[in-house]
Design a protein around this ligand. Structure first.
Ligand code: 13P
Ligand code: SF4
Length: 364
């Protein structure tokens, strides 16, 4: 049995050498491999993508590809979804296993199960709450939702999913992103005071039984640190300087930022909206820097100006870990017949997670 090529020597390769070796390995592999890339991927990796998109689009694409190997240039939960949605015999691969999502890590099964138990002490939780997990979560949390009549949502379908969730039961437990949950509830007309934050590090989430009984949505105390860098004063300064400018933000931004924006939506919606906008428009964009930089360059020839919302650099540092060195290492191993970093969700968990993902895909 041959051992996989070790990673260390790849660290010494220049970016240029990596690019040549990626291309050579890809032409050797042909249709054996498909590269799925999230919009936040760095340019030196994104250029190799076969298919790109937001989390919803990528989960659909993962179910449609036929290549035996799906190399996922994104973060861990996305590669898990690719594994769950792919066909038998396909393998999802994450070039660097350390590419996680810090928001997804803010909820785990032990804490969600404790929350569910504690809610059960206050009311009939199975008949009162629909659990809804943002796709930015581990597979076992998607499985939890599958098992408890719940569902998965993404940033592009959260409204439709929440409507479905309320048709099942009168309340929602939403994890792990409080901001997406709050913005979604607000758009459905739910008052802010009926959406309470559940703090998983406190007993009963830090809430009284009365508060739990009254709440319409319980919002898990989680957030994306990249999107918390965007603040309302950035929008105010932009509007003061460019009264005709248009503001677009991702729903992981805080409530004030979303409320002050002209458009709020997923990465795919942000890209599409700006690409389809009239020439000569000016945009302020509240999402990750790699996406904003790429978009700014792409639309500049149509005389559209795209500005990044924050004054400090904020990138998704975990997504950034998928670099040309890891991609070259992954593809050269595949070309040599070795699979490195496969993502394989245990079958029982995958089955329940798929139930929650299929419910989502059926209605979005
Ligand atoms: P999208 O589904 O909008 O691409 O969002 C994924 C994400 O992680 C944003 O931070
Ligand atoms: Fe996770 Fe935030 Fe990175 Fe998106 S930008 S993958 S939510 S850490």
């Amino acid at each position: 049995m041959t051992l996989p090529l070790p990673f260390d020597p790849y660290n010494l390769l220049s970016d240029q050498e990596c690019q040549e070796r990626i291309r050579a390995a890809r032409s050797k592999l042909g249709q054996e491999v498909v590269l799925l890339c999230h919009h936040y991927q760095r340019a030196d990796v994104y250029q190799h993508a076969d298919l790109t998109g937001d989390s919803l689009k990528l989960s659909r694409l993962a179910a449609q590809t036929d290549s035996p190997y799906i190399v996922f240039c994104g973060v861990h939960f996305m590669a898990e979804v690719a594994d769950i949605m792919s066909k038998p015999g396909q393998t999802a691969i994450l070039p660097d296993l350390a590419a996680g999502c810090s928001m997804a890590d803010m909820a785990n099964l032990a804490k969600v199960e404790r929350c569910w138990r504690e809610l059960g002490e206050v009311l009939d939780v199975e008949n009162e709450f629909t659990p809804v997990t943002y796709i930015n979560s581990a597979a076992d949390l998607k499985a939890f939702c599958g098992e408890h009549g719940g569902i998965v949502c993404t940033s592009s379908n959260a409204g439709t999913i929440a409507k479905w969730a309320f048709e099942q039961r009168p309340k929602i437990l939403f994890f792990p992103d409080q901001h997406l949950g709050r913005w979604t509830g607000h758009n459905m007309g739910i008052p802010l005071e009926d959406m309470l934050v559940w703090d998983p590090d406190r007993e009963y989430g830090g809430l009284t039984p009365e508060q739990i009984r009254k709440a319409k949505i319980l919002l898990w105390k989680g957030h994306c640190s990249v999107h918390q860098m965007f603040q309302k004063h950035h929008i105010d300064a932009f509007r003061a300087q460019h009264p005709d400018g248009i503001v677009i933000a991702h729903p992981e931004c805080n409530f004030e930022v979303c409320a002050a924006s002209d458009h709020v939506g997923s990465t795919e919606l942000i890209v599409k909206t700006i690409k389809e906008a009239p020439a000569g428009t000016r945009w302020l964009v509240g999402t990750e820097l790699n996406l904003v930089d790429r978009l700014a360059r792409e639309v500049l020839p149509q005389d559209k100006i795209v500005q990044f919302m924050a004054t400090t650099i904020c990138m998704c540092s975990t997504m950034q870990r998928i670099d040309p060195q890891h991609l070259a290492w992954t593809l050269e191993n595949l070309a040599a017949g070795q699979v490195v970093n496969p993502i394989a969700v245990p079958p029982h968990e995958a089955e329940l997670a798929r139930l929650a993902l299929d419910r989502m895909l059926a209605i979005s």
